[in-house]
Design a protein. Structure first.
Length: 156
């Protein structure tokens, strides 16, 4: 009896309350939405993996507590978001990381994101990069890489 209960529990996928698994997708760096910068100058300007990790932590914290956009993040898997954003930033900045998240269109599907939400998000990213001491020229080069993703993220 106890063994049966154990086996049943083991066969049930580990889904936490309020957290849905994402739809199946093929893992590929192409999902990151931009080609990486050549060389390691950008990666160094962001203070490497540790700098990127700090920037993403600050950035996600700002977004989830920003009254302009925090509702959009409610009920989402923030642990996963931190991980995949770190990978995406590290990959694009030339840090040689692999990106395991979804493509930008799938990840932001049916979120109803508007241009004002995108602007708020960029504002928060600038704050996080400035806090880390990333030079403005490097900040702007990175933002220019992300800008074309707007068409896959903003819906109306
Ligand atoms: C160029 C702009 C953006 C980039 C590069 C970006 C990047 C990402 C990445 C890498 C993920 C994780 C995908 C995954 O884990 O499979 C994600 C998810 C998410 N993004 Fe964005 N994002 C952008 C714009 C926005 C905007 C404007 C909002 C709303 C204000 C937003 C809200 C979210 C939310 C709520 C999730 C979690 C979705 C889920 O887990 O189902 N993003 N984004």
């Amino acid at each position: 009896m106890i063994l049966t209960a154990f086996l049943l529990a083991a066969a049930t996928p580990a889904v936490h309350p309020g957290e849905e698994p994402v739809d199946p997708y093929e893992i590929s760096d192409a999902n990151a939405g931009a080609a990486p910068f050549a060389g390691d100058a950008m990666f160094r300007a962001f203070n490497g993996r540790e700098g990127i990790d700090r920037i993403v932590t600050t950035f996600v914290g700002l977004n989830t507590s920003d009254p302009r956009i925090s509702d959009i993040f409610k009920g989402q898997d923030i642990v996963r978001l931190n991980r995949t954003l770190r990978e995406q930033f590290c990959y694009i900045l030339g840090g040689g990381c692999a990106y395991t998240g979804r493509d930008m269109r799938s990840a932001h599907k049916d979120m109803g994101t508007q241009t004002a939400d995108m602007n708020a998000l960029v504002d928060n990213l600038q704050k996080a990069m400035t806090k880390e001491g990333v030079p403005f020229r490097a900040q702007n080069r990175f933002l220019a890489k992300l800008a074309p993703m707007k068409r896959d993220v903003v819906e109306r």
